[in-house]
Design a protein around this ligand. Structure first.
Ligand code: SF4
Length: 610
């Protein structure tokens, strides 16, 4: 058994001493998958690093023990810990590209692990490495063993990482977001592989993820973390059917799906508290909808609430009257605008070709068709979801329509915006069209200039695309914008790094709205965000659509989000649309084999709605 007992981890940071993990207890058995879930910064990955003794330089274990079959790993000499690391407990990370050594053949990396932790050497170790490559599903393992990592796809690299991790035949595997960087179909294959190997080898798996649907399909037990503490432990089925902690309930209600369509998602107010602050009571109290008077001054302990169930909440150990709360006032939304007969955007036979830089005598293709003749229509006030695996041309299509690829690619076909072909517009006419056509990107951290205050970020577009406004009118518009996206007015004078991910995405939305667009290309706008923040952003996008009749071209791989927000859907594969239609129809009764495979690969979570 792998046991974590009262683990305390501290980090030195600019803001002060961060108590990243405050008294964690858990036990993992062989053959069991135990999922550690929670939003970013809650301490999941830090737990894994602490138990492998791989904490960053500014971090240290301040107390507690990590026992493997009774032996405390935290006091083991480093030489013996090296045998444990990889030998008894292996770890796979989120990003396979950065975890493999790029200048070493993949076979040598597997052989290295085999020779370090087993008695096999030389040819026998190489034969074993080929065997492992075959077992993790790498085709032609005899040949691929001598490939360098750059020749492998993302899914193949993650398979090699699993082969390296398992080649030493460990008893436990720590999988830290093992499929977050992968497509849904590859994710399904990797999760199946972990499940099979677990059955075969009785592996104990500590699965660290923020994806609750993956947990639903994989885990036997779940521990939910919040602000450095475990706040609920339960068998997975019980956790999803009847979560006990108020945060767990809110988190599950914040997940978008078809059942919530047309209603606001239950966004959790506020943000996770910084871990450098001292806590007198429950860490969730400022955000809790069930908080009682004594919650702010009494830190709750993790108490047993039935077989294999534990909850850190005073509702169970010291119940009392809930604090009166102002009733949540649902913002009255205007009714859905009537569906226009004419499309706002009519895309016909869109093709995007990138020219490849190839050597003079190169015989292969000199171009790459990222989008290969797609067509769709989008009406005002409606949302069209573009879905498909990465590299299928979704983002390229969105960027081409948003006029961001004019210099980089050869674009043909038509994108008629209110009857005008966007690809033919030049000069002033193009500038005017750009005003009505905005884009929101996936990564709110990368999409804002860190050297510009929020006011300047928002004003930049106004100056370029609304030159008729004077300084006073622009300021009034900026204030209205921050109100509209739910930020405080003082946000205008602050820098992007002072905001959380969700707040930055609000700024990006405000920037898009600044010039009063008619259509917004939303490129995975919530995929970098936690579930509760995603709910806030989806609510905001929905409200804005109702109020302003905006049309969204919504690029995503999250089928739950599609079900919640999209009216129509177009499924892309290798640059083409293979199926399109009304969202409920395509998702309910897909016709094409590719759509069926894609939907089958998506992990789904059935949660109780209460
Ligand atoms: Fe909410 Fe109080 Fe329970 Fe904390 S202890 S989760 S504030 S009810």
């Amino acid at each position: 058994m792998l046991e974590i007992d009262d683990l305390q981890v501290e980090l030195d940071a600019d803001a002060g001493l961060v108590r990243a993990i405050a008294g964690m207890r858990l036990a993992l058995s062989r053959g069991e998958t135990f999922a550690l879930v929670g939003e970013s910064g809650c301490g999941k990955s830090m737990t894994a690093l602490a138990l492998m003794r791989l904490l960053p330089e500014n971090g240290r274990v301040a107390g507690g023990a990590v026992r493997l079959d009774g032996q405390d790993l935290l006091v083991l000499p480093e030489g013996r810990m090296r045998d444990v690391r990889g030998g008894r407990i292996a770890m796979i990370f989120q990003e396979p590209s950065t975890s493999l050594n790029p200048v070493m053949r993949v076979g040598d990396q597997i052989v290295e692990a085999i020779e370090a932790h087993t008695v096999l050497r030389g040819k026998a170790a190489r034969a074993k490495a080929i065997d492992w490559l075959a077992r993790v599903g790498i085709p032609e393992p005899q040949r691929r063993i001598d490939d360098y990592p750059f020749r492998l796809s993302g899914g193949q690299k993650q398979r090699v990482m699993i082969a390296i991790a398992l080649a030493a035949e460990p008893d436990y595997l720590i999988a830290d977001e093992p499929t977050t960087a992968l497509d849904v179909t590859i994710q399904a294959q990797i999760l199946d592989l972990i499940r099979d190997l677990q059955r075969e080898r009785q592996l104990g798996v500590l699965l660290i993820t923020h994806d609750l649907a993956v947990v639903g399909g994989m885990a036997h037990r779940v521990a939910l973390m919040y602000a450095g503490q475990i706040i609920e432990v339960a068998p997975a089925a019980e956790f999803f059917a009847a979560p006990r902690h108020p945060y767990a309930r809110l988190l599950l209600q914040a997940l978008p799906d078809a059942a919530r369509r047309g209603q606001p998602l239950a966004a959790i107010a506020g943000t996770v508290p910084p871990l450098w602050q001292a806590f007198d009571g429950c860490r969730f109290a400022p955000r809790c909808d069930k908080a009682m008077a004594h919650c702010a001054g009494t830190p709750p302990a993790l108490t047993d609430e039935g077989p294999q169930r534990q909850v850190r909440c005073l509702l169970y150990s010291q119940p009392g009257d809930a604090l009166p709360r102002a009733p949540a006032v649902a913002r009255a939304l205007p009714p859905l605008p009537p569906v226009q007969s004419e499309p706002l955007l009519d895309v016909r036979d869109l093709r995007v070709r990138f020219m490849l830089r190839t050597p003079l005598l190169h015989r292969g293709p000199r171009h790459f068709d990222a989008v290969d003749g797609i067509a769709f229509q989008l009406r005002a006030g409606r949302t069209l979801a573009l879905v498909g695996e990465s590299g299928c041309g979704k983002t390229t299509s969105g960027k081409a329509i948003a006029q961001l690829l004019r210099r980089q690619a050869r674009i043909s076909g038509q994108a008629l915006f209110e009857g005008c072909d966007l690809f033919k517009l030049q000069g002033q006419a193009l500038l005017q069209a750009r005003r009505h056509l905005q884009i929101i990107f996936q990564d709110p951290f990368a999409s804002l200039n860190p050297r510009m205050r929020v006011a300047d970020v928002l004003e930049e577009g106004l100056i370029a695309l609304r030159p008729e406004l004077d300084a006073g009118q622009r300021l009034a518009r900026l204030r209205a914008l921050v109100d509209q996206v739910g930020l405080r007015r003082d946000a205008l004078q602050r820098w992007p790094h002072e905001f959380s991910g969700g707040q930055r995405q609000r700024i990006a939305i405000a920037r898009a709205l600044a010039v009063e667009p008619r259509l917004i290309v939303c490129d995975e706008p919530t995929s970098a965000l936690d579930v509760s923040v995603q709910a806030q952003i989806l609510n905001l996008l929905r409200e804005l659509q109702r109020e302003q009749g905006l049309a969204y071209l919504f690029i995503t791989h999250n089928i739950g989000v599609v079900e919640y927000i999209a009216d129509d859907i177009a499924v892309m594969q290798a640059g083409r649309i293979v199926e399109r239609g009304a969202c409920a129809e395509v998702l309910g009764q897909p016709r094409e084999g590719f759509t069926k495979d894609l939907l089958a690969a998506v992990p789904r979570l059935l949660v109780a709605r209460s």
